[in-house]
Design a protein around this ligand. Structure first.
Ligand code: SF4
Length: 237
C-alpha cells in the first residue's frame, strides 16, 4: 500500500460517520453547558472551559485528547490546538498522518487553562485531571470514536483515571493499543517543550505511522469497500 499522504487509500478512510444524531447534539450541548459552569478546580477561570462546536465533529471516529487549553491558543481562539506554537506544530503534523482537522473531535485532559502564579501556562495537576476526567469520559460516550489519539503524558493520565491502562508513552508511541473497547494511539505533545524530548522529525514519523494504522484498519473503511452484499438500512455505517 502506498503510505504517502496523497494515497487513494487516504480518501477511503471513513473518518467521519454519516452525521451526528440529534441525541448526540443535545447531550453534547448539555455537557458543554455543564463544563462552562463548572467550578471544580479552584484556580481555573470561571466560564472558560473550551468545549463547543469548534472542538470538531461530534460523530468523529478519531478523538484527540491533548493536555489543556493554552493561554495564547485555544483559551483565546476556542479552537483546540489553534493560535499558538503547539497549534501550528499540530496542524503540520496532522498532514503527515493524512488527517484533516475538520474530521476530528479534539478535547483535552482538562478543559480549562491552568495557570501558575505568574499567569503563565502550567501543567494540570493530578487533581484537576481527575476532576475533568468525568467530562472526557462523557465525551467519549457521546462521540463513540473508534480511535483515541493522546498527545502527551497528561492525556494518557486522563484516560488512566477513566479506566486504568498500561500504556507507556516512550514504549507504545504510535501503536494501536486496545482500551475500553476502543483503540488508543499515544503520541507526544506538539508543544515546544515536548519537542525537546521528541523532535519534530520523529514526531512526523509517529504521525505517518498513525496514518498507516488508520488507513489499514478495516473498521475505518467506507461502506463501499465492504463486499457487495445487500444491506438493510440498520446495517449501514
Ligand atoms: S478543568 Fe474541567 S473540572 Fe476543572 S473547572 Fe474546568 S471544566 Fe471543571
Amino acid at each position: 500500500m502506498d503510505d504517502s499522504d496523497n494515497s487513494p487509500a487516504v480518501q477511503r478512510i471513513a473518518i467521519a460517520k454519516a452525521g451526528a444524531t440529534e441525541e448526540q447534539y443535545i447531550w453534547f450541548r448539555d455537557l458543554a453547558d455543564r463544563a462552562y459552569n463548572c467550578r471544580r478546580c479552584p484556580r481555573m477561570e470561571p466560564n472558560s472551559a473550551v468545549l463547543g462546536p469548534l472542538n470538531g465533529r461530534i460523530e468523529a471516529r478519531v478523538f484527540v485528547v491533548g493536555e489543556a487549553p493554552g493561554r495564547f491558543g485555544s483559551a483565546v481562539t476556542r479552537v483546540p490546538f489553534h493560535g499558538d506554537r503547539s497549534g501550528e506544530n499540530f496542524t503540520k503534523l496532522l498532514e503527515h498522518a493524512g488527517l484533516r482537522r475538520e474530521d476530528l473531535f479534539i478535547a483535552n485532559a482538562v478543559q480549562c487553562n491552568p495557570k501558575d502564579e505568574q499567569g503563565r501556562n502550567d501543567r494540570p495537576t493530578a487533581r484537576e485531571i481527575h476532576n475533568c476526567s468525568e467530562y472526557v469520559r462523557e465525551l467519549l460516550d457521546i462521540v463513540q470514536p473508534v480511535y483515541v489519539v493522546t498527545l502527551g503524558q497528561k492525556a494518557l493520565d486522563g484516560l488512566h483515571v477513566i479506566e486504568p491502562h498500561a500504556i507507556v508513552l516512550k514504549d507504545d508511541v504510535a501503536k494501536a493499543v486496545p482500551w475500553r473497547g476502543l483503540k488508543v494511539v499515544a503520541l507526544y505533545h506538539p508543544s515546544g517543550r515536548a519537542m525537546a524530548r521528541r523532535p519534530i522529525q520523529r514526531q512526523a514519523e509517529d504521525y505517518r505511522r498513525l496514518g498507516v494504522i488508520l488507513r489499514t484498519d478495516p473498521d475505518l473503511r467506507e461502506p463501499a469497500e465492504a463486499p457487495a452484499v445487500n444491506r438493510t438500512d440498520d446495517e449501514q455505517t
